[in-house]
Design a protein around this ligand. Structure first.
Ligand SMILES: Cc1ncc(COP(=O)(O)O)c(C=O)c1O
Length: 360
């Protein structure tokens, strides 16, 4: 059973540690199923432009080429793009720039940084907790009508749920900023289907801000690169609180390279392969008695509920495997774990160890 009822909760009893992230669990020497960053060598079309910047670091960064490239990718005007040092910086800019909002709401369970950034900027945050019995699907009626800032992830970390674009779009309205964290949108869909529920190209929705990350699929977490898409006037308020030259020249080179048709095609192939690997993981997990996979996973990770998850996680660590604890996400508890989708051999080895631990 869930620890808290679903619905709006201005405060919860056992406060989860919003500052905890999977990298804290992926100690050296462990097989890392805790962090959702893809591990693969950089393709030449990405590595070469990044490397080329190393001879040109005396100059301050020029965002214009990357901004134009990202805008073209998402069929937007360059003024509708703000490059950031990872999606994480985007949350901080939103929280700092929109200090005037009265009723900010974060839809959980989700990545904890949006709420952490809001709180750090002095906002009083309300949580909407989605119901696990409903597969953590979005019920728009749970979001208070007068919420003037709403933050949601799609697909959502850690539930891996992909909400329909129309359900999220229905949250947009005049007088409200709607932030959709699409850090994992490029992991959805397949070779021919594009990103099925992305709002990145939608220019008709009032107050929409879409956050994107290039750190996950392209394994660039250490480079720090992402961007915001949205109305030019709204973005200019965010840009006004961004530190000067926040995004480095190598990061801008990566953004430009990742916006090309070659990159988008490669992303689609990776998403298709990921879908097959995810189906394999879900099938193997479903063979394990007592393990329940949440919702219909659609991203690079799967959320599980299993008895004695704290003991299981510790035993996995002892056997060399790191998985992500679930109890630091508002709306989850100690019986949840998040597991990254990896290649099928890694999954099979993981399942064998998990089975042994659960049967012990
Ligand atoms: C859902 C989600 N959004 C945003 C981020 C931040 O990504 P970035 O590395 O681009 O700052 C993360 C990182 O874990 C994430 O899981």
């Amino acid at each position: 059973m869930r620890d808290q009822p679903w619905g709006v909760s201005p405060f919860v009893d056992a406060e989860p540690d919003l500052a905890h992230h999977g990298d804290a669990e992926a100690s050296a020497g462990l097989v890392d199923l805790a962090v959702n960053v893809r591990r693969a060598p950089l393709p030449t079309w990405l590595a070469a432009p990044i490397a080329a910047t190393l001879t040109d670091l005396a100059r301050y960064p020029d965002v214009a080429p990357a901004r134009a490239a990202v805008a073209a990718r998402h069929r937007r005007h360059p003024d509708e793009v703000l490059l950031t040092a990872g999606a994480a910086e985007g949350f901080v800019l939103i929280a700092q720039a929109l200090r005037g909002v009265r009723r900010p709401v974060v839809v959980h369970p989700q990545f904890t940084e949006p709420e952490a950034a809001l709180r750090a900027a002095g906002h009083t945050v309300e949580r909407v907790l989605l119901d696990q019995a409903d597969g953590f699907r979005l019920d728009e009626s749970l979001v208070p009508a007068d919420a003037d800032l709403v933050m949601i992830g799609n697909p959502t970390n850690p539930t891996s749920v992909l909400h329909p674009a129309r359900t999220i779009a229905a949250l947009a309205r005049p007088g409200r900023v709607l932030v959709v964290d699409e850090a994992f949108a490029d992991t959805t869909g397949g070779a021919d289907t594009g990103e099925p529920e992305s709002l990145a190209e939608r220019r008709d929705l009032p107050g929409l801000l879409v956050l994107r990350s290039l750190t996950k699929t392209w394994g660039l977490a250490g480079l720090r690169i992402g961007y915001l898409l949205g109305d030019a006037t709204l973005l200019s308020r965010l840009a006004a609180v961004q530190p000067l030259w926040a995004v480095s020249t190598p990061a801008l080179a990566a953004a430009e390279a990742c916006a090309t048709p070659v990159a988008v095609q490669a992303e689609r192939a990776i998403a298709a392969e990921l879908a097959a690997d995810r189906d394999h993981l879900v099938a193997r997990l479903s063979d394990l008695p007592g393990v329940r996979v949440a919702g219909r996973p659609a991203s690079a990770f799967v959320l599980l509920r299993l008895p004695d998850a704290t003991r299981v996680r510790a035993a996995l660590r002892d056997r060399g495997w790191a998985v992500r604890r679930g109890d630091t996400f508002p709306g989850l508890g100690p019986d949840w774990l998040r597991v990254a989708v990896r290649d099928q051999d890694t999954t099979d080895a993981f399942i064998a160890v998990l089975r042994e631990i659960m049967e012990a």
